[in-house]
Ligand binder design. Structure first.
Ligand code: SF4
Length: 177
């Protein structure tokens, strides 16, 4: 798996201050995507041991609420093995911190993947420019959903605006706008 960036103290991709891994690779090619540079899975840098330790060093800081995985699409087929192992390790090392994952797939398309056992919140769905809504929390278009997997896999899913109070609505995630 390749990645483009690791950003720290991020306030726009989940609650609190977070470390965000921006991976390379996305097959959805949504019109209006803010990060088309991330579509090529062979672009960017290899996500190697040094990058993983940098990520974990930031995640371990007291003021960091958790890890967000975005891109690109962390669930691009070529990324799945690596991102699953990363989430498994992050869950073990930092059990009290949250893991959010943004994907262009719908929940139904990925709900049976092993990685669902290691993440707390899935933000799902392609970015649909016609459904762009800057008032929504954590998503770019109204078809996308913030799904709290801690409530169980068979919950009726919906946008969790009541739970996840945004810092602001100026979103810029890879799967949003
Ligand atoms: S908006 Fe997200 S899912 Fe759509 S092309 Fe961009 S990175 Fe991929």
């Amino acid at each position: 798996m390749n990645y483009h960036d690791i950003t720290k103290d991020d306030m726009r991709n989940g609650p609190g201050l977070r470390v965000v891994l921006w991976v390379a690779g996305c097959a959805h090619h949504c019109p209006g995507c803010q990060n088309p540079v991330t579509w090529d899975p062979d672009d960017g840098l290899p996500f190697d041991d040094k990058a993983r330790e940098e990520l974990f060093e930031i995640m371990g800081r007291d003021y960091i609420s958790g890890l967000t995985l975005s891109g690109g699409d962390p669930l691009y087929p070529g990324n799945r093995e690596c991102i699953t192992e990363l989430c498994k390790q992050a869950r073990t090392r930092f059990p009290d911190k949250t893991i959010w994952l943004y994907t262009g797939y719908t929940y139904d398309e990925v709900r049976d993947l092993e990685i669902m056992d290691y993440i707390d919140v899935l933000v799902d769905g392609r970015y649909e420019a016609d459904l762009r809504d800057v008032k929504l929390h954590w998503v770019g278009s109204s078809n996308q959903r913030v799904i709290d997997l801690r409530l169980g896999k068979d919950i009726e899913i919906n946008a969790r605006e009541d739970i996840y109070t945004p810092v602001n609505n100026n979103l810029s995630c890879g799967c949003g706008d």
